[in-house]
Design a protein. Sequence first.
Length: 254
Amino acid sequence: MTRLTLAVSALAAALHFGTAPVFAQGMEMSDEDRTAFRAEVRAYLLENPEVIFEAVSEFERRNAAAQADMDTTLVEINADDIFRDGHSWIGGNPDGDLTLVEFMDYRCSFCRRAQPQMASFLEDDGNIRLVIKELPILGPQSDVMSRFAVAVQQTGTDAQYGEAHERLLAWEGDFTETSARLLANELGVDPEAVLTAMNSEPVDAILRANRELAQRLQISGTPTFVLGEGDAGEMLRGFLPSDQMHAVAERLRS
């Protein structure tokens, strides 16, 4: 809902106010009083329309603060599965003082836009541990590409997964079985082992765990980031440029 829509809704609510008791208990406004009240409210708001937008701004501020508090609690409750699940690929500086967790989908255009910004942030900071969680939510192609990435991680090396991750984020067109074979060969991973792993229970379990964690964190879109340390952190919902990531990291370290 846009700010203008909220403002119009607030104005409409104000002009229709008066259908419930507003004076002492058991006393209701008469039709005449109600009409006069609405006229006064309307006149005031037309003379001072900025009041509506001030109210909307305050509503948005309180809503954002409540969401941030909820996100902080959700991160604390699920910290082990977010930061230390034992199956997600770890990049950046494995010994970094902060951990950046990304829930991502290879077909997500915003995930692709976020990639160079995140790479710049990791390089400039130098002390960030990166955790990637595949969260295929954009259809069958997303699922196939995520399965390929996890299968490469399980059958290959961390470096091969890292390259697969980069290649998949830049992939154009459909990702087919032929594509999987060709890319596996280029990565130096056994194509047959990768194809077998893609449809295995271990890969199913990892993607299922990521989806269940995303549901608990109330994540409905990608990319979603969690930046923090230990059992605490901030959830960053959506694409963020590197300077904003730096600002969050600085705040967490202060």
